[in-house]
Design a protein around this ligand. Structure first.
Ligand SMILES: [Zn+2]
Length: 330
């Protein structure tokens, strides 16, 4: 089944009727801890709430003001877990948590774009991807992606955003021969009914059950952050897109300002100063070992055990001297 939310990705509200509602238990995360709670498993004639699938997490929101804890796909149904019961047959209004959904749309469309560009430019196929709460990644089928390649991919995806490239979603019958020309990726096994194809004009066409932006301009920007070695010779490419780019930048600026205060310096000096502090700390430990006749004295490792505390005054004087030196330098 193709749900209302998949045909109307920008709709936030929808009125439908309750088909079934029965008591259930559901795992939810409260303050970072998984907890099983009593709730009501509810299905509707159709839904504006996206059930998880294709790597995209499920929506949150309310139905008649009742919080929706989870939405899961079960065959052709979207099962909603509600805090309170609803009467079967009642006409109700669903309302989605738009900030969460729009964020998921931005990350998901960004993934399609990065995947298509990495494949077209360097032949790096995407094996999987993970839409995390703050930073997502794409698992590329390659042992390494160079910095130059990352820069070129980033430049290209952002050019497509600047071009305001349109994104279309079409539905096809599963037996339609046109589907053979389109790559299959990220479509859950239990999807029934028409197959959806998400097309980024001139860039990519891909089967997908997720919700997407209607134009890449709605992504604002994509920042590729770094890579990490994945399992079995794969590479994880981390990224942020959309509103997350500004949020990430905001966090970096806030940290940078805190470092300015701590290090009494401007950001261009941070790296040099931290390296100096680390180097000084290491030699300070070695000297302390010498003064206090500690184990490991004179070697690179300080064990923390000393034998002569009578020389404590001398050690303190030395530490204060090093600290004063740092203050005047920064
Ligand atoms: Zn997708």
């Amino acid at each position: 089944m193709v749900f209302y939310c998949q045909r109307h990705c920008y709709d936030k509200k929808y009125t439908t009727n309750v088909v079934s509602c029965k008591p259930a238990k559901q795992d939810v995360v409260v303050n970072g801890k998984k907890k099983k709670i009593d709730c009501y498993e509810t299905t509707f004639e159709d839904t504006v709430m996206f059930p998880e699938g294709g790597g995209q997490p499920d929506d949150r929101g309310t139905v008649e003001g009742i919080p929706v804890l989870r939405v899961q796909r079960r065959g052709g149904d979207a099962v909603h877990y509600l805090e309170k019961p609803l009467e079967v047959g009642a006409i109700v209004t669903q309302q989605i948590d738009w900030d969460r959904r729009h964020d998921h749309m931005q990350q998901h469309s960004a993934q399609h774009l990065i995947t298509a560009v990495a494949d077209a430019m360097y032949g790096y196929a995407t094996n999987s991807w993970y839409l995390a709460e703050s930073i997502s990644y794409i698992e590329l089928d390659t042992t390494k992606v160079s910095t130059a390649e990352i820069n070129t991919i980033e430049e290209t995806v952002n050019q497509r955003i600047k071009d305001a490239t349109p994104v279309h979603i079409e539905e096809y019958d599963a037996t339609d021969p046109k589907l053979r020309e389109i790559r299959t990726r990220g479509l859950p096994d239990d999807v029934v009914g028409p197959v959806r194809v998400v097309t980024i004009e001139g860039v990519d066409a891909n089967m997908c059950c997720g919700t997407h932006v209607r134009n890449l301009a709605d992504l604002q920007a994509i920042k590729l952050l770094h890579t990490e070695k994945g399992k079995a010779n794969k590479t994880l490419l981390y990224f942020v897109a959309g509103a997350r780019v500004l949020r990430y930048l905001g966090e970096c600026v806030s940290r940078e300002r805190q470092f300015n205060i701590l290090l009494h310096s401007c950001s261009s000096d941070h790296l040099r100063l931290v390296e100096k502090i680390q180097k000084d700390l290491k030699s300070m430990m070695i000297w302390l070992c010498e003064i206090l006749e500690g184990r490991g004295g004179g070697k690179s490792r300080f064990t923390g055990k000393v034998t002569k505390l009578g020389k404590r005054g001398e050690a303190e004087k030395y530490i204060l001297g090093v600290m004063d030196n740092h203050k005047t330098e920064s």
